[in-house]
Design a protein around this ligand. Structure first.
Ligand code: ADA
Length: 553
């Protein structure tokens, strides 16, 4: 499954899942499932290197095809019948390639996958999570006519209390001559159409701005969704389509509060890595649903996609369940030297662009995040933070932007975000009084550029080894983790100045053994999960469930 709903009724689309032939250097040849991580194979448990994926592709008709890869970890070189058609870096954003005028019959699709570290990879590095290898998210092939619908961008807004929306449809023309097409939209039972002429080998954007008086708002408490159907016709014949699923909601900030549909909202949730014991980062839909059920059972209404853009099926699930999402670009814990890798700024820029281009229509995404715990205490770091905030705001003016920082009392970027977010590990990494430390942090934020802005505690938590119980409440016991989190939530969730809390983290996750302090982590895992990597709950589960029920209701 590529999305949780059908994105086409007219355009033929097929998922290229199943077993692919995979050759891994001098280790051997395998048949591996797509999507999956190669680490699931006993001979590839920690393979850091390359792998060549090959499969045959049979096409019934002559014509243009569009191949889409939702995620390849972490670099892909794609070949179609031996010709290179795409290169992409980053496991966490989708990419696509069009091959024109393909003859019907059997073809070969080959993907060279690389998950190595080095200067070529500024974002996938040895880190406090694991960079897996493989084709880790779904792959699809579509048959597209010469004139096709490339994308739809849906921007809801309220005007005099009535829901309206700006809708931009991008249509492409692959032919060598200008083409006139009709674009027809259907939404909430209303339909609109417009003719447009698209130059040869070009694209055109058709803008609609319409009133939808019958629309019901999307919110965490009432996640109303609607299908937006776009149809392309040539001389009255429907030849292509694209279906999006949208929600009518607004998100904004005013003074120190966050507003959803004009009402103050506070977020209570989890940081969630895409990592499951047996799936690696290729988390199956079943396990995505399990994570969602666990978070909602603990009365959460928000999730942070630490520290990278997520699988669209999970975002679809958040849309359906009313889970507020902080989605962020791919960056965790880079000091200035790492941010000055010559590939860093371009790879960050590519990731932000692909994240917003592909995820813009998800009503559940209410915050864009960047650069978790990077060098925001330095001037050159500030230059890069500002550049990325500027990029986000140039692409999307409808959502607030933030960055989770740990540069306590040294951060020089607090004037840049719309929301100030801090990662707090009092009583784990620091042994201060939780309330005193929080007050000192907020006082400093107010004096250091964060005045009059909402504040989010973007991380809080402690490690506990699943099954390790100790009434002495020593660190690493489940009892200690539960008590620390309960005490922290009692402080943060009763402070009117704080607009949200995100527990670090939902589940234990694998970390990188090569280099870095995280290699010394017990079990080579980040053990701060509220459940372990098999989703077995620790004592903190019930403490959070109670606190999230009691507060922010
Ligand atoms: C940081 C970081 C997380 C994780 C956490 C921890 O806040 O943002 O990714 O590494 O620390 O477990 O220490």
């Amino acid at each position: 499954m590529i999305r949780l709903f059908d994105t086409h009724r007219i355009r033929p689309i097929r998922e290229l899942d199943g077993l692919w032939d995979v050759k891994i250097g001098n280790i051997g040849s395998f048949k591996l499932p797509v999507p999956s991580v190669w680490e699931q194979h006993p001979q590839l448990l920690s393979h850091r290197g390359k792998g060549t994926y090959i499969r045959k592709l049979y096409l019934k008709n002559d014509g243009n095809i569009r191949l889409e890869f939702k995620g390849v970890s972490h670099t892909a070189e794609v070949y179609f019948d031996g010709e290179r058609i795409a290169h992409h870096y980053n496991a966490f954003t989708p990419f696509s390639a069009i091959v024109k005028n393909v003859k019907a019959g059997e073809h070969e699709l080959m993907v060279e996958v690389d998950n190595t570290f080095g200067e070529h990879s500024a974002l996938h590095t040895p880190n406090d999570y694991y960079t897996y290898g493989g084709i880790t998210r779904p792959v699809s092939v579509e048959e597209i006519p010469d004139t096709w619908i490339k994308s739809i961008r849906f921007t809801p807004y309220l005007k005099d209390g009535v829901w309206c929306a700006g809708i931009k449809v991008c249509a492409g023309n692959l032919s060598d001559s200008a083409q006139t097409v009709t674009i027809k939209l259907g939404l909430t039972g209303k339909s609109f159409e417009r003719d447009v002429c698209i130059d040869a080998s070009s694209e055109a954007v058709i803008s609609f701005d319409e009133v939808f008086e019958d629309a019901l708002a999307w919110s965490d408490k009432a996640p109303n969704l609607y299908y937006l159907n776009a149809m392309l016709s040539v001389n009255g014949i429907e030849t292509d389509d694209l279906i999006e699923r949208v929600g009518f909601r607004t998100i904004g900030i005013r003074d120190t509060k966050i507003y959803l549909n004009g009402e103050p909202v506070r977020m209570k949730g989890f940081n969630r890595h895409e990592d499951y014991a047996t799936d690696g980062c290729a988390v199956t839909l079943q396990h995505m649903v399990q994570d969602m059920d666990l978070m909602q059972d603990m009365n959460a209404n928000a999730v942070r996609t630490c520290h990278y853009p997520n699988d669209e099926r999970f975002l679809d699930l958040c849309d359906e369940r009313g889970m507020l999402v902080w989605e962020e670009n791919h960056a965790r814990g880079f000091g200035l030297e790492q941010m000055q890798n010559p590939n860093f700024e371009r790879q960050c820029e590519d990731c932000i662009r692909e994240m917003i281009e592909n995820h813009y229509n998800h009503p559940s995404i209410v915050i864009w995040g960047i650069l978790n715990e990077c060098a925001s205490e330095t001037e050159d770091g500030r230059r890069m933070y500002k550049k990325q905030y500027d990029q986000i705001r140039s692409m999307d003016k409808t959502r607030p932007a933030t960055s989770a920082t740990c540069r306590h009392f040294t951060d020089i970027c607090l004037d840049l975000p719309d929301i100030v977010s801090f990662n707090m590990y009092t009583k784990w990494y620091e042994d201060d009084d939780i309330k005193e430390r929080s007050d000192r942090e907020i006082d400093w934020i107010r004096e250091s550029g964060g005045d009059n802005k909402p504040i989010i505690v973007s991380e809080l938590g402690a490690a506990a080894i699943y099954g390790f119980r100790d009434k002495s409440m020593c660190k690493w016991s489940e009892e200690y983790q539960a008590q620390l989190i309960s005490d922290s939530l009692d402080v943060y969730m009763t402070d009117e100045r704080i607009s949200g809390v995100f527990i670090w983290q939902l589940a234990d996750c694998r970390v990188t053994p090569e280099g870095g302090w995280f290699a010394s982590r017990a079990r080579c895992r980040n053990n701060k999960g509220i459940v372990d990597e098999y989703r077995r709950p620790k004592l903190a589960y019930d403490a959070i469930k109670e606190a999230f029920y009691k507060y922010y209701t």
